[in-house]
Design a protein around this ligand. Structure first.
Ligand code: VG1
Ligand code: CO
Length: 547
């Protein structure tokens, strides 16, 4: 329908529109203020500076507000001169699938609607993220540019048009702009087929000796997991549970960890436990890996994938290098050392892996926050990690627990835990960090239980590819003997502040390796509280989430 009029709508800036660790995340009512979403989209489209003829990928995790936001984004893209938009049917695209489509279609970038693992619904969270032409989250230089642009925003451009039907794949047009509604799953599934041995996994899943459970948490990966695990790999129907994406995730918190994926965890700890359990988050970029009675921590999972990569077709040629975010345990460092490949330590957030992946310096990367990925896309990829594990299980024919314990025996165990204090007072949390920062200079040499502080600093990162510098990325206490405590404030919350305390110690003694992480780390946990005054300053008794 060419000739549809476009309008320039006057607007005023909202002072709180600053992207955090992963895009802009706010409560739904905040996003519903007049012009709020439009302002952010206009600033993002301006910062993208897409050349004429550009394609954009648009999709979201299906949460409350997803379809309205996508219709708005389509109208604004058309009014801002975008030539073509590729959008997932029903507005659905997992974050990794969107990353793949951006690369596949050589798009200038993508607009992704998700607040990831945060809860959804009318009073839940919503979010927007801008990705660039490499398929990855916009780097800090661009998110700063977006923040600058919407501080000065005076108007946005939008087309006067009715909603497009997004239910079925097909070509449409919106003014001069072509819109292609695509099946969200098929292109992604093809990539998975090139990376993993589908025949081998099919034999495992179809055989009587192996059962799997995948909890999609009523989030976006349901259709992906059902297509790949049940249809293409022949797992029995019902292998995927909570497979229908719902706008409020069925009232749950779509965060695959021991607290929020409680039903799956209970099943995996029960007497009828399947052989392999997995879950993914709201937008499909996180994963959790379980065996009967066994939880594989994300830092260990990354290390195990790296150590076993040669068994998997897509990585059989070897890894160029690996990377982990700073608070992630050093388990993967030990594997990299053994393999003789570089290991990079980046700040928290996937955007910091982009340059390393683009430059071909790394093949695998991950974060302690249940994110693992590779150079097949530029986002972390939940289902990919699950298939990687499944392919290793098929190749090695060993239980999850045995693979984990054998890994510890071979490399040592980086015992690890993260304690989150969610939705505490922002002022108190900032005060805690300031107080700790002031102590840093005096800490080396001090002891916490059996551990002696070797170095205390605030982590900063210089990107080895483009030389950009990011400071203020977390306070670190490094101890003799490879133990560590890290303190940082979350950049994804939507109310108050969240303090994250990351605690790690290397354990090489076989008998002690089997003990519970909380027990092994108890002296460091107590020491962290004593040094930082967590309980007294935040006025809390205990962490809200322990992973
Ligand atoms: C958290 C995690 C971080 C992750 C980010 C986005 O950030 O710690 O590792 O990259 O979420 O993940 P923060 O600033 O709250 O600690 V997701 O699944 O929300 O895209
Ligand atoms: Co996510």
């Amino acid at each position: 329908m060419p000739g549809v009029p476009s309008r320039t709508v006057p607007t005023r800036p909202y002072p709180d529109q600053r992207p955090g660790t992963s895009g802009l995340r706010k409560r739904v009512p905040v996003f519903r203020q007049p012009g709020y979403l439009e302002n952010f989209l206009q600033a993002a489209l301006d910062a993208l500076t897409a050349p004429p003829g550009s394609t954009l990928v648009v999709g979201g995790d299906g949460r409350f507000l997803n379809t309205e936001a996508i219709q708005t984004a389509l109208r604004m893209a058309a009014a801002n001169g975008i030539a073509r938009v590729v959008v997932g049917a029903d507005g659905l695209l997992s974050t990794p699938a969107a990353s793949h489509l951006i690369r596949h279609h050589r798009a200038a970038g993508g607009l992704l609607f998700s607040a990831s693992h945060n809860p959804g619904g009318p009073n839940g969270d919503f979010g927007v993220k801008l990705n660039l032409g490499n398929g990855g989250p916009a780097p800090e230089s661009i998110t700063e540019e977006i923040a600058r642009r919407h501080r000065e925003i005076g108007s946005y451009r939008i087309l006067d048009a009715t909603d497009l039907p997004l239910h079925e794949p097909g070509p449409f047009s919106l003014g001069e702009m072509a819109v292609e509604v695509v099946d969200p799953v098929s292109d992604y599934a093809v990539v998975m087929e090139t990376l993993f041995d589908f025949d081998r996994m099919r034999r495992l899943l179809a055989g009587p000796a192996f059962r799997m459970r995948y909890d999609a948490m009523h989030a976006v990966t349901g259709p992906y997991a059902i297509e790949i695990l049940e249809r293409r790999l022949g797992a029995p129907e019902g292998t995927v549970v909570r497979g229908t994406p719902l706008p409020d995730f069925g009232g749950g918190h779509p965060d695959p960890n021991l607290t929020y994926a409680a039903e799956l965890v209970a099943e995996m700890n029960g007497s009828e436990a399947p052989d392999f359990g997995a879950a993914s988050d709201g937008d499909g970029d996180r994963n959790m890996i379980l065996g009967p009675g066994t939880f594989v921590g994300p830092s260990d999972s990354l290390a195990i994938l790296a150590a076993n990569a040669s068994l998997v077709p897509g990585y059989a040629g070897g890894l160029r290098g690996v990377a982990r975010s700073m608070p992630t345990s050093a388990a993967v460092d030990r594997v990299a050392e053994r393999l003789g490949i570089p290991c990079y330590e980046t700040p928290t957030g996937w955007k910091f892996f982009g340059n390393l992946l683009d430059a071909g310096r790394i093949t695998l990367c991950g974060e302690e926050s249940f994110g693992t990925g590779s150079d097949h896309v530029r986002e972390k990829d939940g289902l990919w990690a699950v298939l990687f594990w499944l392919d290793i299980l098929a190749a090695r024919q060993r239980p999850v627990e045995a693979i984990l314990h054998e890994h510890w025996r071979e490399f040592g165990r980086n015992v690890y835990t993260r304690h989150d204090y969610e939705e505490v007072s922002a002022e108190a949390a900032a005060g805690l960090i300031d107080g700790l920062r002031r102590q840093l200079g005096a800490l080396p040499g001090r002891r916490i239980g059996p551990y002696r502080i070797r170095q205390a600093d605030e982590f900063a990162y210089v990107d080895p590819v483009d030389g950009s510098r990011s400071s203020g990325q977390g306070l670190r206490l490094l101890f003799d003997g490879d133990a560590r405590i890290v303190f940082r404030l979350s950049g994804t919350g939507t109310s108050g502040a969240t303090l994250r305390v990351y605690i790690e110690a290397l354990e090489t003694e076989l008998l002690r390796q089997r003990k519970d992480a909380q027990e092994l780390l108890a002296p460091l946990v107590a020491g962290a509280d004593e040094l930082a005054g967590i309980r007294s300053i935040l006025e809390v008794e205990r962490p809200t989430v322990i992973t």
